[in-house]
Design a protein around this ligand. Structure first.
Ligand SMILES: [Zn+2]
Length: 78
């Protein structure tokens, strides 16, 4: 595992989208299921919270639809 454990919440994983190539899909850090941001059906993930700065999305908190792990997405391209 390449990311450090956050101190405030032990179940929060962080994914940097800049490091992801292709269509932006990535495996869930917990269960390995492929999560695709292009899929908006909420079957593979559910949006919990969003952070918008200057009308631009900077952070997205999602929940894996399979194992319900909370994942934080950062690094959205402007
Ligand atoms: Zn999962």
């Amino acid at each position: 595992m390449m990311m450090k454990k956050p101190k405030e919440k032990d179940s929060l994983f962080s994914i940097n989208l800049i490091a992801i190539e292709g269509d932006g899909s990535f495996p869930c850090p917990q269960c390995g299921m492929t999560i695709s941001p292009e899929d908006e059906t909420e079957e593979n993930y559910k949006v919990i919270d969003t952070t918008v700065v200057n009308n631009e999305l900077t952070e997205l908190i999602i929940e894996c639809g399979k194992c319900r792990t909370t994942i934080k997405l950062v690094g959205f391209q402007q």
